[in-house]
Each structure stands twice: as structure tokens, then as C-alpha cells.
Write a protein that binds this ligand. Structure first.
Ligand SMILES: [Zn+2]
Ligand SMILES: [Zn+2]
Length: 496
């Protein structure tokens, strides 16, 4: 039984143990090596019938495998990018089940377009659950929540707007507090202010190791890099301006800023914040979720980790602070991921007795991904997006192989990228499009300069031919200089 996040393991394990007492083993990366070894050996000896865990559990040594279930199969956390092996646990599950003569069930309310396409073309069998799972006392399923799209550009001009919370969202939260119901708020950025900037000269402190600006964390009063963890104090004044300049402005909205605004607007409310900063310690996830489940918090505020699979009957309101956060990433799956995230988080509202309401704040109220999410229209979104993917030859029609070249000195990293890309280009045929090398979207991480070349493989092209080409290119190029790396990611996910 595969789950996309460790955070979801306890909930799933609880349910499985209730049904199959004494038969459920858990595998995940936060266990000690000793614990993992003991579990692994018990599974191999056949002492458990069920293994539950995130992506690596797909390799659990069950000897008489009958079924693999991949819950929330569309989640990108099933893809391991770094370090090697670069595998997609969903694809491994399908293959392993096929080799073992077992069934594989991929579950999702918003299937990946790859799986949707496989179902459309008859490679997979489609089993539909047209209604939500019955959760009401009368045995009826809850209706889907009402979704309202709030145009941030317009809402911002109204009096009472606090910076993150529009007036309708504030009113909706107030109502829930009065009725003793719970609210989930999604803000998919952590920290306080994602950008700190001088209003005079435009200077923005950036990481000395990575090509990104630093995020201000108010709790520690420090600027932090979300790629390498570098931290430094917030400068009192702009270091690149003449003396006496204004303090740096804190722009944008992270979870800490929303938390501060909530504390001001609703001083009586208990807020639980869940993001990577509050969940680093072992067991912190489970503690925060328990606090919320048992009514110890009125609001659960967090990044995308709160959107996945959590089932709280008391939640009747879901607010999305900015639905645009992931929309403009330079990734052909950006819209698909935004749509899925919005659908997932909206699905947290009104799961039990009381009906749910969802408010989406956005600067792009007419965007198809948002409109489809607002109308719970998965089929419409899939149809339209698959058509675009087909026209451009992107997955699930063609395939994408991402090659990354990195190293400490920019010219040498670029040289490495150009040498590989040149060889690929000379040896490739019409069925392959070689794009690059280009600096990666984040062109430097942890002191490593990064370049990217994409290989677009035309639909129907044999994977073996691509494999041969990549192998031959690797052999022709030989190993990169010490400290430099060339990596090949077949069926890459997340092209940042
Ligand atoms: Zn950094
Ligand atoms: Zn300045």
C-alpha cells in the first residue's frame, strides 16, 4: 500500500491495522536502519501480509504479492529525482505487479494525465467512484463543496483587506469560528516574506550559494535560502544603497505572514501551522494533525502538505490564499499540478455532516486550471490539457528525458553540457528533439552551476533506441571531471 507522504502514513496505518490487526508492517525513511532491517526481514519471512509506506515501499520484499495500491497516484512525490535511482514508484508498481501476476490499483480523484491517457486508450481499466465515500450518519455521501473564485486584484482595492486575507475570506473564517467549525488554509510558500527588497534601488538579498533570493523568516529574524539552508541576519538597511536609505521592504506572503495576520484578525482562534519549518522534528507532523483532529485548533494553515488525503469531518471551510503560486513555473506540468492541488485541497471541505465551502483567491480568475477546479471539472481539464500536450508532443504522448550538468565553475559546467548535447544532436534522428543546453530555472544550487538539456522523444519511438543513444553518448563522453556531474532522468517530473 503506497502513500505519497510520510505525513499520511500514520492515518493509513491506523485504518489498515483496524481492519487487519497484527498483519500490517510500516516502512519509511524516518525509521532507523535497525527498524527498517527488522521490518524488511519480517516481511521477507512472511510474518506480515500488508506493507504500508511511501515510494520506496514499492520494493517491500513480499514473497506472494497479490495487490499493489498506489494512493493519490498523481502525486509527484512518487518520483525520486535525487539521488539515483531516478524512478517513479507508480510506474515501478505497475511493472512489478505485472511481473508478479498481481493487480495494481491506482487511486486518485485527479489522476495524472499519463494514467488518464492509459485508461482512455484501454491500457488500464477505468473504475469510477462518481460519488464521495459515504461519510454521513444517514449513509449518504457528502456533496461536493461550493467553490467561489475571488479576484485578488479587485478584492485588494476594498477596505479591510489585510495583505493576505480578502474580506469575504475573513468573513467566512469568522462564521466558522462562531459555529465551532474548522478551517483549512493553504498558502504554498513558507517563511514570512518570500522577497525582501530595497524600495530605492531594487536590491534584493540573494543566497551566496544559489541563484535565488532569500526568504525572510520572522520567527528567527533571519533570511534563509530554501535550496541550501543558508541563513543570515536581515540587514537593518540596504547594503547597496547610499547611507541613510530606508529599511528593506518585505514583499510577498509566506505561511508565517498569514499566521501573523490571522493572529491579528482572530486573536481568539487557535492556529496550527504546518510547513517544512514546523515539521522537521520526528513526530511533529503527527502531533500537529492530532491537535487539529481532536479540536485543539480552529485553523490549520500550511503548504501543500495539508492538501493531501487528510480526512477531518469538522472542516467546513477551505481557503486558498493564492491559487497562482505554482501556475507560472517553467514546467509543462505546472497547470496540471496547480489544478490537482486545488482539487485536492478543496476536497478537504465538508467531508462529513455539514456542507463545505471553498474560497480561491487568485490574480488569474479566468485561468482554465482554476475555472475547471472551481467547477470540479476533472474531465474538462484533462480533455483540454491532453489536447495541448498532444499538439506539442509532450507526455503522455511523447516522452521527456532531462539531462542535467552541474559543477562548481560555470564555464566548465557549460562546456560539459555542450559536449554531451552536441554528441546527442549528431547521433539523434528525426524522432528526437534535442533542446538545450539552457541554464536550469534555478541556475545555481549549493554552489553548483546547473545546465539542462531536454530530449523530447516522439510518440511511438522505441525506448530501446533512446536507451542505446544515451548509453553511446555517455560512453563517448566518458566520466566528467571530478566535482562535475551529468545525470539522465528518463520521464522526468518537475523540470526546475
Ligand atoms: Zn542557497
Ligand atoms: Zn538600496
Amino acid at each position: 500500500m503506497l502513500v505519497p507522504e510520510i505525513a499520511l502514513t500514520p492515518q493509513t496505518v491506523r485504518r489498515f491495522r483496524a481492519h487487519f490487526p497484527g498483519q500490517v508492517a510500516v516502512l519509511h525513511s524516518q525509521m532507523s536502519r535497525g527498524e527498517r532491517f527488522d521490518t524488511w526481514r519480517s516481511l521477507r519471512e512472511g510474518r506480515y501480509n500488508v506493507a504500508v509506506g511511501p515510494r520506496s515501499a514499492v520494493l517491500a520484499p513480499l514473497t506472494d504479492l497479490g495487490l499493489i495500491v498506489v494512493d493519490e497516484e498523481h502525486e509527484t512525490s512518487y518520483k525520486q529525482h535525487d539521488p539515483a535511482p531516478r524512478y517513479h514508484a507508480r510506474d515501478v508498481a505497475v511493472m512489478r505487479a505485472s511481473m508478479a501476476g498481481a493487480a495494481c490499483v491506482l487511486g486518485s480523484a485527479t489522476p495524472s494525465l499519463e494514467s488518464k491517457h492509459n485508461a482512455d486508450t484501454g491500457k488500464y481499466r477505468l473504475l469510477e467512484l462518481p460519488e464521495r465515500v459515504p461519510a454521513r450518519e444517514n449513509g449518504r455521501p457528502a456533496e461536493l463543496p461550493d467553490v467561489r473564485v475571488l479576484d485578488l486584484t479587485r478584492e485588494r482595492k476594498k477596505p479591510g483587506f489585510t495583505g493576505a486575507l480578502s474580506v469575504p475570506l475573513q468573513e467566512a473564517i469568522q462564521q466558522r469560528l462562531e459555529r465551532g467549525e474548522q478551517t483549512i488554509l493553504l498558502q504554498n510558500r513558507r517563511g514570512f516574506a518570500p522577497v525582501v527588497e530595497c524600495t530605492d534601488c531594487g536590491f534584493a538579498p540573494s543566497c551566496p550559494n544559489c541563484a535565488v533570493t532569500l526568504t525572510y523568516h520572522r520567527s528567527s529574524r533571519r533570511l534563509r535560502c530554501h535550496y541550501c539552508g543558508h541563513a543570515q541576519p536581515l540587514p537593518e538597511r540596504c547594503p547597496s544603497c547610499i547611507e541613510g536609505s530606508a529599511p528593506l521592504a518585505q514583499l510577498g506572503t509566506g505561511t508565517q505572514r498569514v499566521e501573523a495576520e490571522l493572529a491579528e484578525a482572530f486573536p481568539q482562534a487557535q492556529v496550527a501551522r504546518m510547513d517544512r519549518d514546523t515539521t522537521t522534528r520526528k513526530g511533529a507532523h503527527a502531533r500537529l494533525l492530532k491537535q487539529f483532529r481532536t479540536g485543539g485548533a480552529d485553523l490549520l494553515l500550511g503548504t501543500q502538505m495539508i492538501a493531501k488525503g487528510l480526512d477531518f469531518g469538522g472542516v467546513t471551510l477551505v481557503g486558498v490564499i493564492s491559487a497562482d503560486t505554482g501556475l507560472l513555473f517553467p514546467d509543462f506540468r505546472a497547470e496540471e499540478h496547480t489544478f490537482q492541488l486545488l482539487m485536492q485541497v478543496a476536497g478537504r471541505a465538508g467531508r462529513a455532516e455539514r456542507p463545505g465551502e471553498v474560497l480561491l483567491q487568485t490574480r488569474n480568475p479566468d485561468h482554465p486550471a482554476l475555472q475547471c477546479a472551481a467547477h470540479h471539472d476533472y474531465d474538462g481539464f484533462a480533455r483540454q490539457t491532453l489536447k495541448e500536450r498532444e499538439a506539442l508532443g509532450y507526455p503522455p504522448f511523447g516522452r521527456v528525458v532531462a539531462l542535467e550538468f552541474r559543477g562548481p565553475e560555470r564555464p566548465r559546467a557549460l562546456e560539459l553540457a555542450e559536449a554531451w548535447t552536441g554528441t546527442l544532436r549528431r547521433r539523434s534522428s528525426d524522432a528526437l528533439e534535442v533542446m538545450g543546453p539552457e541554464p536550469a530555472a534555478v541556475s545555481r544550487v549549493k554552489g553548483q552551476h546547473r545546465f539542462r538539456t531536454l530530449l523530447k522523444v516522439a510518440p511511438g519511438r522505441s525506448p530501446r533506441a533512446v536507451q542505446r543513444l544515451l548509453r553511446a553518448t555517455g560512453e563517448a563522453q566518458g566520466a566528467p571531471h571530478s566535482g562535475y556531474h551529468a545525470t539522465i532522468d528518463v520521464d522526468a517530473v518537475g523540470l526546475l
